[in-house]
Design a protein around this ligand. Structure first.
Ligand code: PLP
Length: 428
């Protein structure tokens, strides 16, 4: 077994001064056991830890790094921007350029506002929906994660599931009473919400859920959500913080025909820098301050370095032909390899792919919602994760996360990982 002494020591030191040793809970490896590896640097498709081990990286900072680590174009955009100053708290042209890049891709999005994280984007989108409709309740789905703001931290997938705290102390029940829970891919459960409340401002959904493992919504289900929203004067919000520019160039909107009223972005949109965004029609967005009454603000919002990183990565995404179909081919190859190896030793495994996103569940049955996902064998996942890590494969450290392919992964790398997985499946 390879030694990770420096990471172990670094983790002990971190725990003295940072709660749990990490700044975001899922990084602590709690659900798979062992010590999180501390990263020294990234190198294309790889991570290098402080003990000098190299890992092929399927986490990619939890999604943003679709071009892998240290992409030259993004790096240069950031360096050029840094030399001109770090932050101004005043408008810059690059914000408009990035907004134009986004709005020109989607006919239902006229205007966009930038923030600094996915959490902020979704929190602001919810306020906008509530302010626009003058209604208070929201419908969210079990297992969908929309960041850690109060009213959304109910049955919130991955991190929250992994730690067995579906909602959190410190969130007043008075706030979450406006959050109605429905079951993913189950339209009856959504209809019930509308029967129980005539104060629903919006339905928020990850149209391709990535925070309970990868669980895409059925097309028909999304169409029903659209109809229900229209019938009841509620807005439909697609949280594409993860799936945006990942599942396809246009995210879920490139796959489904359903048009949401508001879309939230994050992760890929910042090219690795902290960026979030929410976008909608001019009619809805103009209700935001300063033009409208709905308040929303941010000292570092639209930060020029982050905007330049986002602009460089979006331009590169748009100008690279067949980018998502190539990523999807690799993702499918990887998952087919995992599935074949699991089958050969009689381990039940469910696999799925959407563009550069892939997911696998140690589960007997197809996973359509959060309850299905929770029936997965997390002990076996933990063992699989540990052994893959020891063999230089860095997978997300929870059964309820999604994996990502980057453009710097070639077929030889995928083949190598399939071979490693084949050995590991035999051992578990
Ligand atoms: C990651 C994520 C968020 C939260 O974004 P942060 O940048 O971590 O605040 C919100 N929604 C979805 C779907 C996500 O995957």
């Amino acid at each position: 077994m390879q030694k990770i002494t420096k990471s172990e020591n670094a983790f002990e030191e971190a725990k003295n001064v940072i709660p749990g040793g990490v700044d975001s809970p899922v990084r602590a490896f709690k659900s798979v056991g062992g010590t999180p590896i501390f990263i020294e640097r990234g190198e294309g498709a790889y991570l290098v830890d402080i003990d000098g081990h190299k890992y092929i990286d399927f986490v990619q900072s939890w999604g943003p790094l679709i071009f892998g680590h240290c992409d030259c174009d993004i790096e240069n955009a950031v360096i050029d921007s840094v030399k001109k100053g770090l932050s101004f708290g005043a408008p810059t042209e690059v914000e408009t350029q990035l907004a134009n890049e986004i709005c020109s891709m989607f006919e239902n999005l006229d205007k966009v506002r930038f923030v600094s994280s996915g959490t902020e984007a979704v929190m602001s989108a919810i306020r906008l929906a509530r302010g626009f409709t003058a209604k208070d309740d929201i419908v969210k789905f079990e297992g969908c994660y929309h960041g850690h703001s109060d009213s959304l931290l109910v049955q919130a997938g991955s991190g929250a599931v992994t730690f067995g705290t579906p909602s959190s102390p410190g969130v007043p029940a008075d706030l979450t009473k406006h959050t109605l829970l429905a079951k993913y891919n189950d339209i009856q459960s959504v209809k019930k919400c509308f029967e129980n409340s005539n104060d629903i401002s919006c339905i928020i959904i990850e149209p391709i859920a990535g925070n309970m493992g990868l669980v895409p919504a059925d097309e028909e289900f999304l169409q029903h959500l659209r109809t229900l929203c229209d019938e009841h004067g509620a807005l439909l919000i697609f949280d594409e913080v993860m799936s945006g520019f990942r599942a396809s160039l246009k995210g879920a909107q490139g796959i489904s025909s359903v048009k949401p009223d508001i879309v939230t972005f994050g992760k890929v949109i910042g090219g690795g820098m902290p960026v979030g965004a929410f976008a909608s029609s001019a009619e809805i967005m103009d209700k935001l301050s300063p033009d409208g009454p709905i308040y929303q603000a941010g000292t570092l919002s639209g930060n020029p370095i982050a905007m330049n990183a986002g602009l460089a990565s979006l331009k590169k995404l748009k100008s690279t032909p067949n980018l998502h179909s190539n990523l999807e081919e690799k993702a499918k190859k990887l998952m087919a390899g995992f599935k074949a190896s699991a089958d050969s030793v009689g381990i039940p495994l469910q696999v799925d792919v959407r563009g550069s996103m892939f997911g696998f569940f140690f589960n007997e049955n197809e996973v359509k919602n959060f309850d299905d996902a929770l029936k997965s064998d997390t002990d076996r996942f933990a063992l699989f994760h540990q052994k893959m890590l020891q063999n230089g494969v860095y997978l997300a450290c929870s059964q309820y996360e999604t994996g990502f392919i980057s453009t710097v992964m070639d077929d030889a790398m995928i083949d190598e990982v399939i071979q490693i997985a084949d050995r590991v499946f035999k051992e578990i």
